[in-house]
Write a protein that binds this ligand. Structure first.
Ligand SMILES: Cc1cc2nc3c(=O)[nH]c(=O)nc-3n(C[C@H](O)[C@H](O)[C@H](O)COP(=O)(O)OP(=O)(O)OC[C@H]3O[C@@H](n4cnc5c(N)ncnc54)[C@H](O)[C@@H]3O)c2cc1C
Length: 637
């Protein structure tokens, strides 16, 4: 008895201990709720069975494809009794929609463009089909977790062609002596072959390469703790941050708090090697001095086994997910620009859609999910009096996050001849105009339009969708395509943003022509034989992105992927599926980061938040079952 009294006295004398124990209890309780979830609701598991089916033959008829991808918005097409409205039709939206539909929810997806898919859409000009925002995707060569997720939402209908094992080629131009231009392949067959290949070009840099690879390997698990910020309740995240437990749980911030440039500086003095080890920074749109190593290492790990391309082009993605959304009575409607998210008494009640002929249509739903990006959602679609009370609005207003500052120009080229005849590569070319790519881009971004027109383009990303897609000749016989992407600034083109698309006038066309010539000249250095094969050529600029992709200032990957975005704990916890407004959810690249596979994961997180169920756990359970079944099948053969 006296021992108990002694302990009680001890606690009374040390009240801080009581507070600490209470906090630990709260944390453990929070973790148990998150990990084990609320009691699962019956029939709310979209991963009850393996939805994968043998791929059907490719649908080649464009008219048939348009019946799925281009269903126009009209009042009579709006389904009754909608359970959720999704704004935008990118991969985050489609994944969320398909998962909700798989548990019987009726979902309406509203897309402002004239076809569904967001960055995954393709367009056809003069019989040439171009993709927009999918040039290669990692982790699609075997049944990885994310490929399994894609198979579940698309019924296993998306087939992948694989790029060469040297899937990227880095070109370091030497202007003084073009003969000394270096061509350095990036091998995507695991860490060992990646290093071995680079060692051929940098024989004195083995130590730096070893350290770099070690960093990549040890950072593989950190994305999990990025996700903790998104799935743990905010109060729990706040406690974990306040008690510094978040940093103890994982080494995420060890990587997130350093820029790519700083990490590379610590590894080597060799400028060429630094450029090669950060060559793909435009995959997240931020130069190495401003980007976080956590995101760079995630990208490198994503592509460590190479890249793949969707057979039939990237429109295959929306083409096969939309029917899953339709199965539960849902619809994906295009030419449906949401002008306002309707809120009453702090809760979402629906959306307002602009009618083509003028006026608007209000559609009711107490669940609205936005895939249109946080700036569009909070600074454009929500009434300011409502938005300004939310934490996301505050981080936008405090400039803790902002739309990407580097925009892009995309040159689309249609060529006569097959990829084989024209010797087009099935790998990507990253061509830099000098060895110090980071400095070149940083300097270029400071130029005015006139200065840029009188300067070299610092880099060009050259890809041939038709060479990567084994079905291209079947679909577009005797034709080939090239896409060349480089950077530009919003300021250079913003004056034409309000002009009508394709009718922006001769000054705009003249500026475009000058950039086109520069970009095409880079291609001709490698492929001079293409000069007389061109049948179609046009350039998209930052205002083109605004029109077709619904961006704000022509940004490539929505919010800028700066070190601040990925290291500021407040930002990390607010960019999540749930918002401060009841019934309003977010999905897509702003909730985690850019990229096709991250879009899939964002859809999984958002559907989990809407259904209040840990779908990641459900998916892993199904994956385990399917793998075990396959093992038994293989053994029995
Ligand atoms: C040029 C480029 C190249 C890329 N290359 C690759 C690559 O090779 N590999 C890779 O993995 N990733 C790549 N990405 C990134 C990847 O495509 C994106 O990160 C991802 O697809 C984004 O998906 P999302 O769900 O966030 O939405 P998004 O695809 O951005 O779609 C959002 C949709 O919302 C719509 N919208 C906006 N406002 C409204 C409104 N008011 N009403 C209705 N609809 C609205 C838009 O029109 C758009 O369709 C690339 C992106 C770009 C731009």
């Amino acid at each position: 008895m006296s021992i108990i009294l002694d302990i009680a006295n001890y606690f009374v004398e040390h009240p801080i201990l009581m507070v600490l124990m209470f906090l630990i209890y709260l944390i453990l309780f929070g973790i148990s709720v998150v990990l084990f979830g609320q009691a699962p609701k019956p029939n709310s598991n979209p991963f009850c069975f393996d939805a994968t089916k043998r791929p059907e033959p490719l649908v080649i008829s464009q008219a048939e494809r348009n019946k799925v991808l281009k269903q126009g918005f009209s009042e009579k097409n709006i389904p009754d009794n909608i359970d959720a409205i999704i704004i935008g039709s990118g991969i985050g939206a489609l994944t969320t929609g398909a998962l909700l539909s798989k548990v019987g929810k009726r979902v309406l997806v509203l897309e402002q463009h004239d076809q569904a898919g967001g960055c995954c859409h393709t367009f056809i000009e003069k019989e040439f089909e171009f993709d927009v925002g999918i040039h290669y995707v990692g982790e699609m060569k075997s049944r990885t977790i994310v490929k399994f997720l894609l198979d579940q939402v698309s019924q296993g209908q998306i087939v992948w062609d694989h790029l060469d094992s040297d899937f990227d080629m880095v070109v370091l131009s030497n202007k003084m002596d073009p003969e000394k231009t270096k061509f350095i392949p990036i091998r995507g067959m695991g860490y060992g072959p990646f290093k071995k290949k680079l060692l051929e070009y940098f024989p004195d840099e083995e130590e730096a390469l070893d350290k770099y690879i070690q960093l990549l390997k040890s950072s593989r698990s950190i994305s999990r703790s990025l996700v903790y910020y998104k799935i743990f309740p905010k109060w729990l995240v706040k406690i974990l941050v306040w008690t510094r437990l978040m940093s103890l749980i994982s080494s995420y911030h060890k990587y997130a708090s350093k820029t790519v440039a700083d990490v590379l500086h610590g590894l080597t003095k060799n400028v060429e090697l630094k450029t090669v080890l950060s060559y793909n920074f435009f995959d997240y749109g931020v130069e190495p001095t401003r980007s976080s190593f956590a995101i760079h290492s995630a990208l490198m790990n994503h592509f460590i086994n190479g890249g793949s391309y969707p057979r039939g082009g990237s429109s295959e993605i929306a083409f096969h997910i939309i029917p899953v959304i339709e199965k539960s009575g849902g619809s994906v409607l295009v030419r449906a620009k949401v002008s306002e998210i309707l809120v009453e008494d702090g809760a979402v009640v629906g959306v307002r859609v602009r009618r083509a002929g003028g006026g608007h249509v209000d559609i009711a739903s107490n669940v609205v999910i936005s895939d249109a990006g946080v700036v569009n959602t909070f600074a454009k679609m929500l009434p300011e009096t409502i938005a300004e009370k939310t934490s996301i609005y505050k981080i936008i207003k405090n400039s803790q996050v902002e739309p990407g500052t580097l925009s892009c120009m995309s040159l689309f080229v249609g060529l006569n001849g097959t990829a084989e005849e024209l010797k087009l590569p099935n790998y990507n070319i990253w061509c830099f105009n000098c060895t110090d790519a980071c400095k070149a881009i940083t300097d270029y971004a400071k130029l005015t339009l006139d200065e840029a027109l009188n300067s070299d383009i610092p880099f060009a990303f050259i890809v041939s969708p038709s060479a990567k897609d084994s079905s291209y000749q079947l679909r577009h016989p005797g034709k080939s395509t090239l896409t060349i992407i480089s950077t530009c600034m919003w300021d250079w083109f913003k004056d034409w943003d309000k002009e009508r698309v394709k009718k922006r006038g001769s000054e705009y066309e003249d500026i475009k022509k000058q950039f086109m010539d520069k970009m095409w000249a880079i291609v001709l250095k490698f492929y001079p034989h293409l000069e007389d094969k061109v049948e179609y050529m046009d350039l998209g600029t930052s205002v083109t992105n605004n029109f077709y992709l619904g961006t704000v200032v022509g940004e490539v990957y929505a919010l800028d992927h700066t070190i601040r975005r990925f290291n500021d704990q407040e930002v990390l916890m607010h960019l999540r599926p749930q918002t401060d407004i009841k019934g309003l959810f977010l999905t897509g690249q702003d909730t985690i980061c850019c990229g096709f596979v991250t879009g899939l994961y964002s859809g999984l997180l958002t559907a989990s938040a809407v259904l209040k169920r840990n779908l990641f756990r459900d998916m892993l359970a199904l994956l385990k079952k399917v793998n075990e079944k396959d093992k038994l099948y293989t053994k029995s053969k």
